[in-house]
Design a protein around this ligand. Structure first.
Ligand SMILES: [Zn+2]
Length: 334
């Protein structure tokens, strides 16, 4: 256990020292300028609290990241990545799922172009997001053990903080691969045993309207956060239809941008491009890491998952060296 801890600490320091070298020798700047790529940042929640799923960013880190993007180039809307000003690096800022903490962007000193991709089922509150439900359920002190063997997901002791964190991470990885109907069965069974999750972390339509009126682009992330490669073509069409219609109805504007749930290459069904084209989407973003050259397929845009961990130095302060090293990834270790 001790050796694992030392390995982790050494790795953090090793990455940080290399990041300083690449940054201050000008390697990162040189690579950013030479690549002429567009960089898309992927975020989820804005929060100061500890985050087991590693999908939160502190408000002050978000503000700092925005400042750095503006120093390195310009921040544009997701639909204008390849417009004028192509000599500069271009950045787009995106938020997935529709967490209500995204409203904190309205407290920033200046609102820059951003896109929020909604899983409209979470906004409609017809069902909770399974990942959030599992996270809040497993952190409850009174629950010491859960048995999910009927779904072939194993059983978990929840006596310590470490066991709870491990169970959340393991279950997250396993459940996301299942069909939405099976995920719903799991949640129903857990709710029968342990009750409803009392945590409502998602935006409502009035709040979505508020964001849209402030100039933030609203995109689709399916209705049920369904991983497209786990769906039939018809199921995917229904997911898209529902999400598309709801956003257009509630906001009175066209939906032109899409984010694939989970978004790795294996999560994207071959029929997605055809349906996105039929529905006249302009862009679709993945969770595949990297910059986007000018000839990048606009239905396969890459992004960087920006978390506190990736932009902070070992003592928890934002580090521009870590940020630029994440974007250029000189030795493929960031
Ligand atoms: Zn998502």
């Amino acid at each position: 256990m001790k050796s694992l801890y030392f390995y982790r600490i050494t790795k953090v320091w090793f990455k940080y020292i290399l990041a300083l070298v690449f940054h201050y020798l000008g390697v990162n700047n040189f690579l950013l300028k030479r690549s002429k790529s567009a960089y898309i940042l992927m975020l989820h929640r804005i929060s100061n609290s500890d985050d087991i799923l590693n999908i939160s960013i502190k408000p002050k880190n978000l503000k700092t990241a925005i400042d750095w993007c503006e120093q390195l180039g310009c921040i544009t809307d997701i639909g204008c990545l390849y417009g004028e000003n192509e000599l500069n690096s271009r950045f787009a800022i995106t938020f997935d799922d529709g967490y209500s903490s995204v409203l904190k962007v309205l407290e920033l000193p200046k609102i820059v172009p951003m896109t929020v991709y909604l899983s409209t089922g979470f906004i409609e509150k017809s069902r909770s997001f399974w990942a959030t439900y599992i996270e809040s359920l497993l952190m409850k002190d009174r629950i010491r053990y859960i048995d999910l063997n009927e779904f072939n997901l194993g059983s978990y002791r929840l006596a310590s903080c470490r066991q709870r964190r491990n169970a959340i991470l393991v279950l997250n990885k396993k459940i996301k691969l299942l069909h939405p109907s099976v995920i719903q069965e799991i949640i129903n069974s857990l709710e029968d045993k342990f009750g409803n999750s009392d945590k409502n972390e998602f935006l409502n339509w009035n709040q979505v309207k508020q964001l849209s009126e402030a100039g933030i682009t609203i995109g689709s992330h399916t209705h049920n956060h369904a991983i497209t490669s786990r769906l039939s073509k018809m199921d995917f069409e229904q997911e898209m239809q529902l999400s598309h219609e709801l956003i257009e109805q509630k906001l009175g504007q066209e939906v032109q941008h899409f984010a694939y749930p989970n978004g790795q290459a294996q999560d994207i069904a071959p029929f997605c491009h055809e349906i996105l084209r039929q529905k006249r989407f302009d862009t679709a973003v993945t969770t595949i890491e990297g910059g986007n050259a000018i000839d990048q397929d606009t239905y396969m845009l890459k992004r960087f998952n920006l978390s506190n961990e990736r932009m902070e130095n070992p003592w928890g302060k934002p580090s521009k060296a870590m940020f630029t090293s994440m974007l250029t990834n000189p030795l493929s270790i960031y």
